[in-house]
Structures are given as C-alpha cells and as structure tokens.
Design a protein around this ligand. Structure first.
Ligand code: FAD
Ligand code: SF4
Ligand code: SF4
Length: 405
C-alpha cells in the first residue's frame, strides 16, 4: 500500500513540509474504508469483484443533535417514520432520545431517486415543521450536524469478499441492515472474523485466496450473513414506493425475506436521475425556495449547518474532489438537471455560478467547488448523473470533526 503524500499545495506542488507517501508492505490488506471506499472502488473495478452481483446502491443520511432543556428528555425512545417531508423520493426519518437531554433527529433518502433537486439538508429542515416533530423538539437548539451515505444493497450487493492477500469488511462490503438502518454491529463482527482469518493465514504463512476464502464462509454462517439475508430484498421493494411496497414487505416478513421475487435486482443510482421538468414541471423554483426560514436555533441554512460539523481542510492543499469534465456541467447537466450536486451535497461544496462568458442574454454557468466544506459523505461520487465526480482521500487528514453525530 502507498499512503497519500503530505504537504502539497493546491496546484499539487510540494511545499516546505512535503513528505512523500509511505510504502507499507504487508502480507494481507483489510479494506475498511466505510461507505463507497475509494481504494476498494478502484480495487474492485480492477479485479471485477462485483461481477454477477447486484449493483451497489446507497442511501444518503443527514442528522442533527438537538440539545433540549434540562430534565425534559427521557432517554431510550426510538421513533422511525416514512414519507413526510419527502414527496418525490423514498426515505424515512428517525428520532432517538438520548442521555443529557439530547435528541438525535435524522432523515435518510434513497439515492435511486429520480429527483435531480433532492436536497436532504432542506428536507431535514422541513421535517422539523411537522407538528409531531415540532412538539418533540420545542425549546431545543441544534448543536451538531452530520451527513453520510450508507450502502443499501445488502446481501446481493456484497462484492467478492476475499482474494490473494486481501479481505473487505463493513460498509465497504455493503454490510448494512437497511431495514433497521444499523451497520455498526455488522462492521464490528466482520472485522472480528477478518482478524481471525488473517491470524490463521499468518500461522500457516499462506495468504492465498484459497486460504482466505474461509472469511466468506464465516460471514455467511455468522449473524452478519443471516441478518443481511433476511432483509435482502427490502431496499429494492421500498424503492417501488411506500404504498406499493408495504404488502410486499409484509410478505417478506412472513417468508424470511423472500417475498414474491428473490433476488430483486438493483440499478445504478446515478442513472436513475430524470430531468427537472419531468419531476417538477413548473414548480422547480418553488421547491428550491422551500427551505423553512433559518433562525440559527432549530432551523439552519446549509452553510450554517456545515459550520456545526467542524469540518476543515487546508486551503492550500489539492482539491480532493475530481470533476472529470466541467463542460458537461455547463452544457448538459445545468440545462436539464439543474446541477444535482448543488442540491444533494449536504455541505454546499458545489455551486454553479454565472460565468464571465455569459453573453446574448443567455446565462452560462461554471462549476465552483468549495472543497474545504466537504464532510466526506461520498454522495457526489455516487449520484452525479454523468458519473463526473470522483471523491479521493484529502491531503493531511482534513474533514469533519464529528463528536456527537
Ligand atoms: C445517518 C446514518 C445513521 C446511522 N445510524 C446507525 C445506527 O443508529 N446504528 C448502527 O449500527 N449503524 C448506523 N449507521 C450505519 C453505520 O454508521 C455504519 O454501518 C458503520 O459506521 C460502518 O462501519 P465501518 O467501519 O464499515 O465504516 P466507517 O464507520 O465509515 O469507518 C470507516 C473509516 O475509514 C476512514 N477512511 C475511508 N477511506 C479511507 C482511506 N482511503 N484511508 C484511510 N482512512 C479511510 C473513514 O474516514 C472512516 O473513519 C448509520 C448510518 C447513517 C448514514
Ligand atoms: S458535477 Fe455532475 S452533478 Fe455536478 S454539475 Fe457537473 S455533471 Fe452535474
Ligand atoms: S463534496 Fe461530495 S463527499 Fe463532500 S460533502 Fe459534498 S457530496 Fe459529500
């Protein structure tokens, strides 16, 4: 493995503190990069590790921590809802009451949405206007914010899990129970099983795919495999719409996850996006202006929310968000899709700004990338309709400083 170079300026040139990346030699590598792992993405493309598997699909989650008045919160309450405030996308919300009078409030949306204007941050703000939620958080103040994608394809989207000298665990291997929105226990257990298999490999001094294949067997036989298998068709079913899917989900519950069709396929999230006019007709501007009025107490604009993540990146470091062709943004994406990255990014990283070249009354736009705002959710690597963005690991360990989200 080679770690990233340190101390490069924004043009990629070495600065005074430049240190080249280290080359680490190891007999076995365990990929544990979480959702949409950038190294594992390349590795699996090179070795075709997703051949014969369902497409990898994702959900985008945003979350706030709300500090409530002393003595007002009884910890341990778990509320999950479906529907409101989402009208064009599938998704749900969660409210967990915690110790120290805190409430975690979040919203998770399916990234196979057709809606190019989907903005989970805006939807989370709208959620707080619902009378049921408004009553629960009355008197509170938002103290933290975060955003992250979670892999939703589960059992049938798991890539090949082992090979010569490597294993993959947790979110990088799509190990999330999307029905419960829980993946920490699966990441931990897969890490334990990977460590056991790595230990046997070291004892036998054999790091071949054949030796490491034991990991696949252990995963399938453990609660990881069993839990993922039970919800193997859940995401695909709910993608069909809440009302249409409820009877099918009921049937899956009765048949151990099977339902009517087993295995239900998935489709690449980026390809699902449709043109703005198909989804919103004449109402696009109304939707774009539907953010509840920010008060910096319970309601926030996106930039103020980003401030609560504590995210930072060295201004004089290379942009870690690689857009392959900005002409596509200007000529194809903006006119038809109104630049979805400007909306789905939970941290206001992407902005189409009127270009200096605007002429003849026709406004042209250029993409501006405020990469220092990035909170590493990876949505842009997944949902750009032209697969035009690649997320790479930023130089120098920058990123969000999550403590509570
Ligand atoms: C909104 C939301 C709510 C959730 N709620 C719950 C819940 O209540 N309970 C639950 O069990 N699960 C929940 N999950 C899922 C859970 O967060 C994940 O399943 C779990 O964190 C996966 O663990 P992991 O170790 O695979 O990945 P991660 O926890 O994401 O850890 C991966 C780490 O690797 C780092 N990394 C990535 N790439 C590199 C690289 N190339 N080099 C070095 N480091 C790298 C990342 O910065 C990160 O720190 C939720 C997810 C979301 C999005
Ligand atoms: S980066 Fe992707 S989503 Fe953003 S404007 Fe360009 S093509 Fe559109
Ligand atoms: S730039 Fe990409 S990874 Fe960073 S916060 Fe925005 S959508 Fe997420």
């Amino acid at each position: 493995m080679r770690t990233g170079d340190k101390g490069r300026d924004k043009n990629g040139q070495p600065k005074a503190n430049f240190e080249p990346g280290l080359i680490l030699k190891s007999k076995i590598v365990i990929f544990a990069e979480g959702t949409r792992g950038s190294l594992f993405k390349k590795h699996s493309q090179m070795l075709d590790l997703r051949k014969g598997k369902n497409e990898e699909v994702f959900e985008e989650g945003v979350k706030e921590i709300i500090q409530m008045p002393p003595g007002s919160v009884k910890p341990g309450q778990v509320i999950h809802t479906l529907g409101f405030p989402l009208t064009k996308s599938i998704g749900g919300t969660f409210l967990y009451t915690m110790s120290d009078d805190k409430i975690a409030l979040g919203l998770v949306t399916y990234l196979d949405t057709k809606d190019p204007l989907l903005d989970p941050h805006r939807e989370l703000q709208k959620l707080k206007t619902h009378p049921f939620i408004a009553e629960k958080i009355k008197g509170g103040k938002v103290i933290a914010y975060g955003g992250k994608t979670l892999p939703a394809g589960g059992y049938f989207s798991m890539p090949q899990l082992f090979g010569d000298g490597w294993l993959v665990i947790g979110d990088s291997a799509s190990m999330v129970d999307v029905q419960k929105l829980k993946g920490i226990h699966l990441a931990m257990k897969s890490g334990i099983l990977a460590a056991e298999v790595a230990f046997s490999a070291i004892v036998k001094d054999d790091f071949s795919a054949q030796q490491l294949s034991d990991y696949d067997k252990k995963i399938k036989e453990s609660f990881v495999g069993k839990e993922l298998y039970r919800v193997r068709n859940f995401h695909q079913t709910l993608s069909k719409g809440i009302l249409a899917s409820l009877p099918l989900i009921g049937l899956q519950e009765m048949t151990g996850g099977r339902g009517l069709v087993d295995n239900m396929s998935t489709h690449q999230d980026s390809k699902a996006t449709e043109e703005v006019s198909n989804i919103w007709g004449d109402n696009a501007d109304k939707e774009l202006n539907s953010l509840p009025k920010p008060d910096s107490v319970l309601f926030f604009d996106k930039l103020s929310s980003v401030y609560l993540t504590g995210t930072s990146h060295d201004e004089d470091s290379p942009n870690h968000l690689i857009v392959s062709d900005t002409d596509i943004c200007r000529s194809k994406c903006q006119p038809k899709y109104k630049s979805p990255c400007n909306h789905f990014c939970p941290a206001n990283v992407y902005e189409m700004i009127p270009s200096q070249a605007s002429s003849g009354g026709q406004t042209q736009y250029d993409l501006q990338i405020n990469y220092t705002n990035c909170i590493h959710c990876k949505t842009c690597d997944i949902k750009c309709p032209f697969d035009n963005i690649t997320w790479t690991v930023p130089e120098g360990g920058g990123g969000p400083k999550y403590r509570e989200t």
